[in-house]
Design a protein around this ligand. Structure first.
Ligand SMILES: [Zn+2]
Length: 208
């Protein structure tokens, strides 16, 4: 009788989830797998030997990645950062001024729907305004982390235009603009620059 023996790596799944697959170019299901070498007898794993490492495998294209790939944000997470960040900014601006101003509320809803939140309406705004402004700050920070400097300035200018709807910026509104700028990763000097430029062009002008 011939004894057939060998070595084989057996993979076991230690976790599953959704990640951003670079090869597929989108969010996909993954398996986080850990491998162990086995001594096999007649192709059957008999004796567990050393561990051979871990990887993350895309369930769609089967590409294997090092586990660090899980640290990259998914497309869904990046989109959530955009929408939560914009919602947080308009909430902060409205609360700093007159949250009851109809025109300002309309502008706020327009800014949020413009950022891709379809169906964002008065009721959604009321719910967002009920959350403390401080809750939104991490979202504004995450949003700023995705933006190029010129995009940060554009979004900040939008917030200033929102603040200008019910009249010139109050001290509270001005300080809120500086705080938003800081959360977005801008310096106070940059924020003052955007404020003075936007104040000159006025509340009604689209774009600075
Ligand atoms: Zn893939």
């Amino acid at each position: 009788m011939i004894i057939i023996w060998g070595l084989r790596v057996v993979w076991s799944t230690i976790a599953t989830g959704v990640f951003h697959c670079r090869k597929c170019g989108g969010d996909r299901n993954y398996r986080h797998r850990s491998g162990r070498r086995f001594f096999t007898l007649f192709f059957i794993p008999i004796i567990p030997l050393n561990k051979v490492g871990e990887h993350v495998r895309c369930e769609t294209c089967k590409t294997r990645y090092v586990t660090e790939v899980l640290k990259a944000p998914t497309v869904a997470a990046m989109q959530a950062a955009v929408t939560d960040g914009v919602r947080g900014m308009v909430v902060a601006m409205l609360l700093a001024g007159d949250p009851g101003n109809v025109a300002a509320r309309g502008k706020a809803i327009m800014v949020v729907t413009g950022a891709g939140v379809t169906g964002y309406d008065e009721a959604a705004l009321v719910a967002d305004l009920a959350r403390p402004a401080a809750d939104w700050r991490p979202s504004i920070g995450a949003f700023g982390g995705q933006l190029q400097p010129v995009a940060k300035e554009w979004h900040l200018a939008e917030m200033i235009r929102l603040g200008l709807i019910d009249g010139p910026l109050t001290d509270d509104e001005r300080n809120t603009v500086i705080a938003i700028a800081s959360d977005l990763g801008m310096t106070p000097a940059q924020a003052y620059g955007v404020i003075s430029l936007t104040e000159q062009t006025g509340a009604g002008e689209p774009g600075a």
